[in-house]
Write a protein that binds this ligand. Structure first.
Ligand code: NAP
Length: 435
């Protein structure tokens, strides 16, 4: 009998696991289960809409999904429709590839005020994730504070200041683009609690901020160090030198008649979100970096703003029965092994770091572990899952359904755009007759 494997989650880590299993000589059947009818996880709902070339990797996942040994079960929520124990009863191995779809709390006074919107939620919203179909952020503000100096912070800042023309050939949903363009936002502040050398954004993303049609990158050049000091690997040092070079060039760029600004404010840690029920500003403390860590200086300043977007990482959203390591925030695992026949990959395994390709080795490791631990399949697999879903009245969607949704989105696209995303589960399911 084939070894029957369920992969929970259809993002990069799930697909790389399926791919590695297919490439082995083993007799395997793989079912990829996702709560959405649309596959590809963060490729669809996390990668910025104006980074279409990054999204092309989904083509290789599509080939994996079309292998006869792979089946897609969309619109199925593990922990909701099906418990993890029920799933494990159906499959010889279960792989958790659910990423980290939540926002960590901004643990400062006022961090839960209305108008503080975590980047996961904000990015999910502008990427048309159906979880946020009924969510409308209040963009009625001149100033926006983005907390964090990672690539997500840069993505958010860039999407907020790009012009309609710059966003034309993207899959930013039309109604969301209109909301952003009609907002009075002129100034986006990106606050880094450490310095430019410690910033985590990568150079391609940073350079884009100097090439925007209607926004200029602002910073105080005096805070830029002459050289990168500290304990970095040669590669890291080179990357940081490149960022410093780019930042040094920003003040020399002619602002022309650009009327939006992205302020890079380093050495500034948020200490309080100001306002009553809703945000009216943010209070920050100037810092110095000591032994690689931000240390408060006792000197404070405030910026008025109506929207604060913490882009400070991601948090796991575990379902019942998934052990969580409180210290790391990841699924409790030993290099991916959770329990007998139970594995974790990607961010759920090792936390929210790295690029898409970083998930590839996770998939290879999980595939090797599964084939090492299980020599022959004994569980019924997809047929048992289908019976269970039918019994529970869950209407799952398959990969053909995704292709129908995909074609409909492509044909609904405005000129130049690759697609016009459906914004709600219901709209997607109507297209495939499963609403
Ligand atoms: P990240 O790279 O870890 O950046 C998080 C930022 O938040 C850091 O600047 C961090 O500062 C700051 N931070 C964390 N906690 C904070 C707090 N309590 N107060 C103030 N600042 C705080 O995470 P990310 O931007 O979410 O990105 C996640 C991963 O996805 C990264 O590997 C990223 O490169 C990748 N990604 C890549 C792209 C791309 O390639 N274009 C796009 C998006 C995401 P410290 O450094 O001081 O901790």
């Amino acid at each position: 009998m084939p070894i029957r494997i369920a992969v929970i989650g259809s993002g990069p880590s799930g697909f790389y696991t399926a791919d590695a299993l297919l490439k082995s000589d083993a007799d395997v059947e793989i079912d990829i289960i996702d709560k959405l009818p649309t596959p590809f996880g963060l490729i669809r709902a996390g990668v910025a809409p104006d980074h279409q070339s990054t999204k092309r990797v989904a083509r290789s996942y599509e080939r994996t999904a079309q292998d006869d040994r792979v089946h897609y079960f969309g619109n199925v929520e593990i922990g909701g429709d099906v418990t993890i124990d029920e799933l494990r009863d159906c499959y010889d191995a279960v792989v958790v590839a659910i990423g980290m779809p939540g926002d960590p709390p901004l643990s400062i006074p006022g961090g839960d005020k209305e108008g503080v919107i975590g980047a996961t939620k904000f990015v999910g919203w502008y990427n048309g994730h159906p979880d946020f179909a009924n969510f409308t952020p209040n963009l009625n503000t001149k100033n926006v504070a983005v907390i964090g100096n990672g690539n997500v912070a840069i993505d958010v800042a860039r999407v907020l200041v790009k012009t309609t023309a710059e966003m034309a050939a993207t899959d930013l949903p039309g109604p969301i683009g209109e909301q952003i363009q009609s907002a009075p936002i002129t100034d986006v502040y990106m606050f880094g609690r450490r310095g430019p050398v410690e910033a985590k954004f990568t150079n391609v993303e940073l350079r884009e901020m100097g090439q925007l049609e209607n926004a200029v990158a602002i910073l105080d050049p005096d805070i830029l160090p002459d050289e990168v000091t500290g304990d970095w690997s040669d590669r890291d040092k080179r990357l940081r030198e490149r960022n410093l070079k780019t930042l040094r060039e920003f003040p020399d760029i002619d602002p022309g008649d650009k009327n939006k600004k992205v302020h890079f404010v380093f050495y500034a840690q948020p200490v309080e979100i100001l306002g009553g029920d809703t945000v009216t500003g943010i209070r920050l403390e100037k810092t110095t970096v000591v032994d690689g860590r931000a240390r408060g200086s006792g000197e404070f300043f405030e910026i008025e703003c109506g929207l604060v977007i913490p882009a400070i990482g991601y948090a796991l959203q575990p379902f019942d029965g998934l052990p969580v390591d409180e210290k790391t925030g990841c699924v409790t695992n030993d290099d991916g092994r959770i329990d007998e026949g139970f594995y974790a990959v990607g961010w759920a395994k090792r936390g929210p770091t790295g690029v898409i390709g970083t998930n590839k080795p996770d998939g290879k490791i999980a595939a090797a572990q599964i084939l090492e631990d299980i020599s022959e399949g004994v569980k019924p697999g997809g047929e048992a899952l289908k019976a269970l879903l039918t019994k529970k009245n869950v209407r799952w969607s398959d990969f053909d359904d995704w292709q129908t949704i995909n074609e409909a989105e492509i044909s609904n696209a405005r000129p130049d755009a690759p697609r016009e995303k459906f914004l709600s589960m219901n709209d997607m399911l109507v297209v495939v007759g499963k609403a």
